[in-house]
Design a protein around this ligand. Structure first.
Ligand code: NAI
Length: 255
């Protein structure tokens, strides 16, 4: 079977993705900073805020052979400190993806979970492109630290950066035969959403304002992610797929 890597496998969307891939017979390697309760083929502990730890983990992973698909589901909630969010949700995810891509043969695919919190990236495209031109974790962090006061919403900025980087980097990775796409979920019923509701009342998008009128179950995020990671999407590259019950459509028409 395929050898696939799922980050954030211990909870929420990542746990649902890992479970579905196991049911498909894939060889699933889960990454998280906390141990995963699921029946994974392998679990590797890694803190995505720590590029040296990512490199060590990649060396371990490389010893086991090639990787056919990567699902970037790990992320920190908007309730966390700004720089921690920027490190994990953008810099660390990018660092991991760039390293992982060196282990991936032509025909493989990478899918990241961005967010509809990143939908409005066009409003600051030039700034985001300037950030993604910073090569590597340390340079990116220096750029972000210098602008930390201007970045009001660290979660939105990290997700905008992840989306823009996905679109940008997809053109380069496809030269190696690797497709790179992302999804932008709306509100998904996971431990992260519960934490947001407890600590930042009113911050999550009100389900009543979303055309579908309700939130997503974690399992409803799985199909679009697995599709983008599969051969069924062999001509889909550089796409940000909204999986948000129609919210992005209302934003697009409102702009
Ligand atoms: P969750 O909190 O249930 O799961 C996130 C997982 O990422 C956890 O297992 C956590 O341990 C792991 N993680 C966090 N920081 C890490 C680090 N430094 N190193 C390694 N692993 C780390 O959250 P959920 O809701 O499943 O989120 C998954 C992704 O979906 C995240 O990227 C999130 O931003 C995104 N998302 C979630 C939405 C929601 O409403 N729940 C909406 C839109 C996007």
């Amino acid at each position: 079977g395929k050898r696939v890597v799922v980050t954030g496998c211990a909870s929420g969307i990542g746990a649902a993705v890992a479970k579905a891939l196991l049911a498909q017979g894939a060889h699933v390697i889960g990454l998280d900073r906390i141990a995963s309760p699921h029946g994974l083929d392998k679990f590797l502990a890694v803190d995505l805020a720590d590029p040296a730890a990512i490199d060590t983990m990649l060396t371990t992973l490389a010893a086991g052979g090639a990787v056919d698909a990567l699902f970037n589901c790990a992320g920190l909630a908007p309730t966390q400190p700004k720089l921690a969010i920027l490190k994990v949700n953008f810099l660390g995810t990018r660092h991991l993806t760039e390293g992982m891509a060196t282990l991936m043969p032509p025909g493989s695919a990478i899918v990241s979970v961005s967010s509809n919190g990143g939908l409005r990236w066009r409003a600051q495209r030039a700034l985001l492109l300037d950030l993604i031109r910073r090569d590597g974790f340390a340079e990116g962090l220096a750029w972000l630290e210098a602008r930390a006061d201007e970045i009001i919403n660290g979660y939105a900025f990290a997700k905008q950066a992840l989306t823009v980087w996905t679109l940008h980097e997809s053109a380069r990775l496809i030269e190696q035969g690797i497709r790179l796409n992302c999804t932008s979920p709306g509100a998904v019923e996971t431990p992260m959403l519960r934490e947001i509701e407890e600590k930042m009342p009113g911050a999550a998008i009100d389900a009543a304002t979303v055309p579908i009128g309700r939130r997503s179950a974690p399992e409803e995020q799985v199909g679009p992610l697995l599709f983008l990671g599969s051969q069924a999407a062999s001509y889909v590259n550089g796409v940000d797929l909204a999986v948000d019950g129609g919210y992005a459509a209302t934003v697009a028409l409102g702009e």
